[in-house]
Design a protein around this ligand. Structure first.
Ligand code: C5P
Length: 232
């Protein structure tokens, strides 16, 4: 899979997501299904979007004991998603177990990506609540390296971190980057943002774009603009 724009379908019902995606008659976007939509509609929504021709990043961020994660990943691999993820904080044995569970009998598997520290966790919170006292960028890079050593395919990170991650973990280690905004667009609640063109320039492999597309007056035009800036 090459560089692509992944549309974050942060909707809470099948009706909403289908009426949004019905607008895309030409190119079928790669879509991200998160906890909200998955918990509302269950695995059927994954099968339905897959049948409609969309690639799927199933963003459920698993984090549990290795055996539970392994068995859950085996179930998700049968949904035929293209990318799924977990928390690197679950540590090496959990990540290795996840890979085992995700691998289908024919040896194929979805890409497996790690979440490092959530962007909602800042340095102060990490020190106070998690008793982690290293600087945030070192923590993120350490989690990235741990994920790579466990055999994972990449991490979710800020576009501002993508270059550093590639330098540390190699250019084939995938960086999936949210926090993307058009130069002339609303930033909303994202703090550290980049345009699709900037994300391309620093080497992001996939950008995850939600509201700049889902809340646009013309979502198809906004999606096409992202594709033109990032992929072409
Ligand atoms: O609407 P917006 O473009 O901000 O959506 C970004 C998407 O990426 C959302 O689904 C959000 O949950 C997700 N995300 C993020 N920052 C992270 C990890 C995931 O914005 N660090």
């Amino acid at each position: 899979m090459g560089k692509d724009v992944i549309v974050a379908c942060d909707f809470s019902s099948k009706e909403q997501v289908l009426s949004f995606l019905d607008q895309f008659t030409d190119r079928k976007p790669f879509v991200k299904i998160g906890m909200e939509l998955y918990y509302a509609e269950g695995p059927a929504i994954v099968r339905e979007l897959k049948a409609r021709g969309h690639k799927i990043f199933l963003d459920l961020k698993l984090h549990d004991i290795p055996n539970t994660v392994k068995k859950s990943m085996a179930v998700l691999s049968r949904l035929d998603v293209d990318i799924t993820n977990l928390h690197a904080a679950g540590a090496t044995n959990m990540m290795k177990a996840a890979l085992e569970g995700l691998t289908r009998p024919d040896g194929t598997r979805p890409l497996l990506i790690a979440v490092t520290q959530l962007t909602s966790t800042d340095q102060e919170t990490m020190e106070r609540d998690l008793l982690i006292h290293e600087p945030m960028d070192q923590v993120v890079m350490h989690y990235a390296e741990t994920a790579k050593n466990a055999g994972l395919d990449g991490i979710v990170c800020s576009p501002l971190e993508a270059e550093k991650v590639h330098n540390r973990c190699g250019k084939n280690f995938l960086t999936i980057t949210p926090g993307v905004r058009f130069a002339d667009g609303e930033i909303g609640d994202q703090k550290r943002v980049m345009t699709p063109a900037q994300a391309k320039a620093i080497g992001s492999d996939y950008i995850v774009v939600g509201r700049p597309i889902t809340a646009a007056a013309d979502p198809v035009a906004a999606y096409n603009r992202c594709v033109a800036e990032f992929c072409d």
